[in-house]
Ligand binder design. Structure first.
Ligand SMILES: NC(=O)c1ccc[n+]([C@@H]2O[C@H](COP(=O)([O-])OP(=O)(O)OC[C@H]3O[C@@H](n4cnc5c(N)ncnc54)[C@H](OP(=O)(O)O)[C@@H]3O)[C@@H](O)[C@H]2O)c1
Length: 261
C-alpha cells in the first residue's frame, strides 16, 4: 500500500494532458495516463523521470469499450483516486457542408459521450470517499459559435455547463469539479483538426501550453468553478464574449477558422 496520491488523465500522450501530468507528478501524484497511440508508453516513461509511478493505457476514447477499459485499468490499481482530468478531446476544421459525418460523430463520441461516461465512473467512485478533485477540459470555444469548427464549439459548451452543473450537485459531497477553458494553445490540436491553413495554424496566434496547463492546475487546486486559460487577451476575449451577440462572434470566428484559399 502507498499513501501517495493518484490522478487519472485522459488523452495524456501529448498536449495539455501531458503538461497536466507533469504538474501533478511534480506535486508527487502517481499518474494513470491514456491515449490512442502507442506513444502513451514513452510519455509515461517521461513522467516517471519526475520520480512518480506512471501507468500508461492505450485505448480509443471514442468507443464505449475504450473508455470502460481505461477505467477498469485504473481501478485494478486498487488505489484511492484523488483526482481526475477529463481532458481528451478533438476538433475538426472545415465546412460542415463538406466534412465527413463519421468524423463529426466521432468527435461527439469523444468530447461528449466519453466525457459523460468517464465522469459517471469517477463521480460514483469519489463521492463515497467524500473526497476528490475533477478537472473537465472545456474551451473558450464554449463561449461562442465556432463556424468551420461547427460541431467542436458546441461540444465544449456541453463540457462547460456539464462541469458547472455537476459542481453544484456535488457541492455537499467533498468532491470538487472545475471547468478549464483554454484559449487557442500551441499543442498539435489544430494540426490534428486539419486547420494548418487557418489563423489557428500559426503558432504565434496561440497561448503557451505550459502556461495554460499551470493555470488549469492552479484553478483545480484552488477549487474554482472555472478558469479561462491563456494570456490577458484570451481572458479579455472570453469576458467580452459574455456581452457580444452570437452572430457577431460567429462572424469573427469564421474569419479565423475558415481555410485560406
Ligand atoms: N489546443 C487548443 O488550442 C485547445 C484550446 C481549448 C481547449 N482545448 C482542449 O484541450 C484538450 C486537449 O487538447 P490538446 O490541445 O492537448 O490536443 P492534442 O495536442 O491534439 O492532444 C490530444 C490528446 O488526446 C489523445 N487522443 C486523441 N484522440 C484520442 C482517442 N480517440 N482516444 C484516446 N486518446 C486520444 C492524444 O493521444 P494519442 O495521440 O495517443 O491518441 C493526445 O494525448 C481537448 O479537450 C481540447 O478540446 C484545446
Amino acid at each position: 500500500m502507498t499513501n501517495k496520491k493518484l490522478v487519472m488523465i485522459t488523452g495524456s500522450t501529448s498536449g495539455l494532458g501531458f503538461e497536466l501530468a507533469k504538474l501533478f507528478a511534480n506535486d508527487g501524484y502517481d499518474v494513470a495516463m491514456s491515449g490512442s497511440s502507442e506513444k502513451i508508453y514513452a510519455s509515461a516513461k517521461e513522467i516517471e523521470k519526475l520520480g512518480v509511478e506512471a501507468y500508461p493505457f492505450q485505448a480509443d476514447a471514442s468507443t464505449y469499450d475504450g473508455v470502460e477499459q481505461f477505467w477498469d485499468f485504473v481501478k485494478k490499481k486498487k488505489r484511492k483516486l484523488d483526482a481526475a482530468v477529463l481532458n481528451v478531446g478533438i476538433s475538426i476544421g472545415g465546412a460542415f457542408l463538406e466534412n465527413d459525418l463519421e468524423e463529426e460523430l466521432k468527435l461527439i463520441d469523444i468530447n461528449i459521450k466519453g466525457t459523460v461516461h468517464m465522469a459517471k465512473r469517477v463521480v460514483q467512485d469519489m463521492v463515497p470517499n467524500k473526497d476528490g478533485n475533477i478537472l473537465i477540459v472545456s474551451s473558450v470555444s464554449a463561449t461562442l459559435p465556432t463556424p468551420y469548427e461547427t460541431v467542436y464549439g458546441p461540444s465544449k459548451s456541453f463540457a462547460f455547463m456539464f462541469a458547472e452543473a455537476l459542481r453544484e450537485e456535488l457541492k455537499e459531497t467533498g468532491v470538487n469539479v472545475t471547468a478549464m477553458l483554454p484559449g487557442a494553445t500551441n499543442t498539435d490540436f489544430h494540426h490534428n483538426a486539419g486547420m494548418d491553413s487557418t489563423y489557428f495554424g500559426d503558432e504565434k496566434n496561440k497561448n503557451d501550453k505550459t502556461v495554460v496547463a499551470q493555470q488549469g492546475y492552479e484553478a483545480l487546486m484552488n477549487k474554482l468553478d472555472h478558469v479561462i486559460c491563456g494570456d490577458e487577451a484570451t481572458k479579455k476575449e472570453a469576458e467580452e464574449n459574455r456581452r457580444t451577440p452570437e452572430d457577431v462572434k460567429a462572424a469573427r470566428h469564421a474569419e479565423k477558422a475558415k481555410p485560406k484559399q
